[in-house]
Design a protein around this ligand. Sequence first.
Ligand code: ATP
Ligand code: MG
Length: 260
Amino acid sequence: MNKPLLSVNALMIVLNDASQKKILDEVSFDVEPRSILGIAGGSGSGKTTLGLSLLALISPAMRIVSGEVVFEEKNVLTLSKDALCSMRGSRVGMVFQEPLSAFNPLYTIGYQIIEVMEAHHVLSGEKARMRAMELLSCCGVSDPKRIFSSYPHELSGGLRQRAMIAQALACGPSLLIADEPTSNLDVTVQAVILDLFRSLREKMALSVLFISHDLGVLRRVADKIVVLNEGRIVEQGTPSVLTDQARHPYTKALLQAEQI
Ligand SMILES: Nc1ncnc2c1ncn2[C@@H]1O[C@H](COP(=O)(O)OP(=O)(O)OP(=O)(O)O)[C@@H](O)[C@H]1O
Ligand SMILES: [Mg+2]
């Protein structure tokens, strides 16, 4: 069997105050190459903390107590600052809920995609420009030239999210961490973006850690789903197994919440 691309082993993160409250408690899972792992859970269950900890980025209010995050056979939590900087944005891309706040309003979309390639010494000049257009087109932008020269506020929410995914792919990462990437989009646009993630997985040999509070979204996009509750994994499995044979009351409650 292939080695997992990412392996999280018994990760434990606590609040750095007198309470020492557990934010992530013995969290373990693998992400296989070319697969989409869904992380489900209600508000405050630890999803964002988990996503950020994979890049060794956690709030100063928290502390990693124990565990490992092994990505491409290296333990991220013991990497040097330089090694971490080159990994972030290059081997691992991030996509957030609100692309408007992630893009700088003063620069065009194209400029901001090229900037990432130049910062990581991947491509520059005309080659970077061509690659940026290609990436926009791969992300389903039908008019890449126009979008390339547009400013973030000139685009619809769906187009902005496509542009943000293109930017996250700029350096050819093997993993995308997407934190609620469709939660601010209306349902039809959401469906199109979910299909885009599925197609990128094939076209770009990409794995995705897809974080969402919405189990319905994850059932549509993920190959496997992990359910977090209060920092603990309470259940994991394929979407169909999870739907038909949910054992944990919390998973059942999430499934019921979808039907309201
Ligand atoms: N900077 C911080 N200081 C103290 N506690 C924090 C901080 N950031 C997060 N927390 C706490 O850590 C826990 C996990 O938060 P996290 O943001 O990871 O949850 P989440 O599942 O992403 O929630 P949401 O669905 O609302 O985005 C919560 O109990 C939250 O209150
Ligand atoms: Mg969150």
